[in-house]
Ligand binder design. Structure first.
Ligand SMILES: *Cc1c(COP(=O)(O)O)cnc(C)c1O
Length: 380
């Protein structure tokens, strides 16, 4: 077994001197927030994914909250999402008073299974929040078909999938609204940050209103004078700063190399593990090209906890993404019971995240592979 000298995290940012320079430059500029960088950043993201509009937020969770508001989700509305995701994909529905309905995952892709979505649609269903888990796009054509048949809004949680492709196009225009997160572990970073991209002008207006207190210039304000604005709905201060947007713009210049390097690491892992007994490597849905935010194995015939603890003791930051959302005490108290998504629960027991990011060396990769292989040989 080989121990690393320092702890290797499962994910982390990639920041160069040019990123640092633009942030410092912005610090010296007249605008720390609400300046020109935000629009530029929004435009860069919209152009990259081929969407008409982009609205940046202080984080991805705020962006999801805003999308739920724009979609008109409220009390009595049901929203279907995956149980294998970060809690924010479900919490955003609760923020606006909606009810979360969990649909089970597909055993091969670990993404929400459209057949399970169909089973969960009721007359109260208002929206679907598919998650592009690990960076692999969800089965969007089928999900959009279900949505159109039932008059539902689709908010794609693309926190993992910025830069990924679905049927030859970048993720970002398949759903009614798509969220990307720029937390440091995500494909590019703005420290904290998030964005919604959409082709729908009405959503675009609502997202902007919600981001800034529900305040806008109306016809009435023009009558009153240049200082006059109106608060027409209850919004929040969910704005991104110019410092964050400047960092994001600088990171954008590198997105394709970032994704390329993640794909190379994923290919290395798959090659190393695909024929090993006791390991299941992740499969890709046809027509998708993952951005590989996460690389996850399933371990069979060996304790996941044992492998996790051994790897951690070797300073390798394996992790597990995610505990089924409805297992958390908050959701349990709302009446969600174990067993509602059996495939997700079975998958969770076997899942293990391996480190994947741009600050890893070839040696790190070979240490990880040889240690896992070694652990699997141990008596069970
Ligand atoms: C990171 C993440 C979010 C939330 O993004 P933040 O920017 O951290 O608020 C939402 N959904 C998923 C699946 C995520 O991984």
């Amino acid at each position: 077994m080989k121990k690393r000298n320092q702890f290797l995290s499962y994910g982390c940012q990639s920041i160069d001197e040019d990123d640092i320079e633009v942030v410092v430059e912005t610090l010296r500029s007249p605008f720390l927030t609400q300046g020109p960088k935000i629009k530029q950043f929004e435009q860069a993201i919209a152009d990259y994914v081929g969407a008409q509009y982009a609205v940046a937020f202080c984080n991805g969770t705020a962006a999801l909250h805003a999308a739920c508001y724009a979609a008109g989700i409220g009390e009595g509305d049901e929203v279907i999402t995956s149980p294998i995701t970060f809690a924010a994909s479900a919490n955003c529905v609760r923020y606006v008073g909606g009810t979360v309905v969990f649909a089970d995952i597909d055993a091969n892709t670990y993404n929400i299974d459209p057949a399970e979505i169909r089973k969960k649609v009721t007359p109260n269903t208002k929206a679907i929040i598919p998650v592009d888990f690990t960076g692999q796009p969800a089965d969007m054509d089928t999900i959009m078909e279900i949505a159109r048949e039932n008059n539902l809004v689709v908010i794609e949680d693309g926190a993992h999938s910025f830069g990924a492709e679905y049927k030859g196009k970048k993720v970002g225009t398949q759903a009614d609204m798509t969220m990307f997160s720029f937390h440091p572990v995500k494909p590019i970073t703005t420290a904290e940050g998030g964005i919604i991209v959409t082709n729908n002008e009405e959503y675009y207006q609502k997202l902007q209103l919600f981001r800034s207190h529900g305040i806008e210039q109306t016809e009435y304000s023009a009558d009153q004078g240049g200082w006059y604005y109106e608060m027409t709905d209850l919004g929040y201060n969910y704005r991104m700063t110019d410092l964050q947007a400047a960092l994001g713009l600088s990171q954008m210049a590198k997105i394709d190399t970032f994704i390329q390097q993640r794909r190379e690491i994923a290919a290395f892992y798959t090659e190393a593990f695909q024929d090993i007994e006791g390991i299941i490597v992740p499969q890709q849905l046809e027509g998708t090209n993952s951005g590989w935010h996460l690389y996850m194995l399933q371990l069979e015939g060996i304790s996941r906890k044992f492998v996790f603890e051994q790897m951690r003791s070797l300073n390798i930051g394996v992790h597990v993404h995610y505990i089924p959302v409805y297992w958390h005490p908050y959701y349990k108290e709302q009446g969600y019971e174990r067993g509602i998504c059996p495939i997700a629960e079975m998958w969770y027991e076997k899942a293990l995240t391996l480190p994947i990011h741009l600050n890893m060396t070839v040696e790190d990769l070979s240490i990880i592979v040889s240690n896992i292989k070694e652990l699997l040989k141990q008596p069970k």
